[in-house]
Design a protein around this ligand. Structure first.
Ligand code: KIV
Ligand code: ZN
Length: 391
């Protein structure tokens, strides 16, 4: 099987599983359903809806999403045990397109510290559990947990065995966000060139952000042959989070010359709204300077930038706010703002001023901005009134 569409990068959203696992982000089932519908509107290819064996509530949630959300493949996570796999199948089997995702740690650190087993034993478990999952579901994903710290030669053997056992997607997680882009790219390249049956599966990547490199590592993975990216909205996830979907998708969209015809099917105009919804429901605020969807991502405050932007937006913007569903860029007025932005805002408010009037008003504006830090429309109207309207 596989390589469904040669140039497509499949987007696997794990906001409801890895994302929801992060401290303080727990969601109620009706909230998960609401997010899942939004993810379907965004046109993600796969929704990892939860971890059915982990709790009765999560089981019900995955089952409900599988039954009600149409379009994407609905996936559930399971450890490499028969009980987990049974529970996952019982929850996802209601989907139009169900997937079982099973995983086991393959690094020596995990094999020895967590499982107290040998490499051979882990390989056998992986093969047997994928065989079991494939006997239930035609779509099986296998993750080699901590692949980023796994001996590549052992990893190739595990991947070959699980593909033979019926895995259709092989996920390569950088579980602890330890790798560097060049290193992670080489790992994916090594898999593409050393695993004899690799053409029978899609290679997926799942990068954590402990060193702030999750997006960069995902990009390196794509450039080296991965065709599924696991990511979350707003980059939420265990510890420092997962690769942010909006960052990976917009990188492909804004810099296609680096991706040789690769594309995603994401309808990016839903990003702003989906991001807001996830932030509200999880109670996790978005940092102001977060790439793509942060409050400042399309805001320009310094006079030099505002002036440049007003002369030609491409001076300081590499994408349009409309692409992610925002109506416009924003020029906040503060102590570092320049005349051009103040004049432009006055014009928007229907208050045209001559150059001479502008000089007079701008002095008053600067004094107020130093005092208040942010000058709002009402402040500007009041300044105008004081300066001219009563004259
Ligand atoms: O980070 C990780 O390794 C995971 C796996 C379960 C895919 O989340
Ligand atoms: Zn993870």
């Amino acid at each position: 099987m596989k390589r469904l569409k040669e140039n497509k990068v499949y987007i696997f959203d794990t906001t409801l599983r890895d994302g929801e696992q992060c401290p303080g982000a727990a969601l109620k089932n009706h909230e998960k359903l609401q997010i899942a519908h939004k993810l379907a509107a965004l046109n993600v290819d796969i929704i990892e809806a939860g971890f059915p064996f982990s709790s009765p509530g999560d089981f019900e949630s995955v089952k409900q999403i599988a039954s009600e959300v149409k379009g994407p493949t609905i996936c559930g996570l399971s450890r490499a045990t028969p009980q987990d796999i049974e529970a996952t199948w019982d929850a996802v089997k209601y989907a139009e397109k169900p997937r079982i995702h099973t995983f086991i740690g393959t690094s020596d650190i995990h094999i020895q510290a967590k499982f107290k087993k040998t490499r051979e034993e882990i390989l056998n478990i992986a093969r047997d559990m994928v065989t079991l999952a494939a006997s239930k579901c035609p779509d099986v994903e296998f993750s080699a947990e901590d692949a980023g710290r796994t001996d590549p030669f052992y990893l190739y053997k595990v991947i070959e065995a699980v593909i033979d056992a019926g895995a259709t997607t092989i996920n390569i997680p950088d579980t602890v966000g330890y790798t560097i882009p060049d290193e992670f790219g080489r790992l994916i390249h090594g898999i593409m060139t050393n695993v004899p049956n690799v053409d029978k599966a899609i290679i997926s990547i799942h990068c954590h952000n402990d060193l702030g490199l999750a997006t960069a590592n995902s990009i390196a993975g794509i450039q080296n042959g991965a065709r599924q990216v696991e990511c979350t909205i707003n980059g939420i996830g265990e510890r420092a989070g997962n690769a942010a979907m909006e960052e990976v998708v917009m990188a492909l969209k804004v810099r296609p010359e680096y991706f040789d015809g690769l594309y995603t099917d994401i309808d990016t105009v839903h990003f702003a709204e989906t991001s807001r919804l996830v932030s509200e429901l999880t109670g996790m605020p978005i940092q102001y300077n977060k790439a793509i969807i942060g409050r400042n991502a399309f805001a320009h405050e310094s006079g030099i930038h505002q002036d440049g932007f007003l002369k030609g937006r491409s001076t300081y913007e590499i994408m349009l706010p409309e692409w992610i569903g925002l109506s416009e860029s924003y020029l906040p007025l503060g102590p570092r703002s320049g005349r051009a932005a103040v004049k432009s805002r006055l014009e928007k408010l229907g208050l045209a001023v001559s150059d001479e009037q502008m000089s007079q008003l701008f002095e008053a504006f600067k004094c107020l901005a130093d005092e208040k830090k942010r000058v709002e429309d009402d402040d500007l109207k009041a300044l105008y009134e004081q300066a001219f309207a009563r004259a």
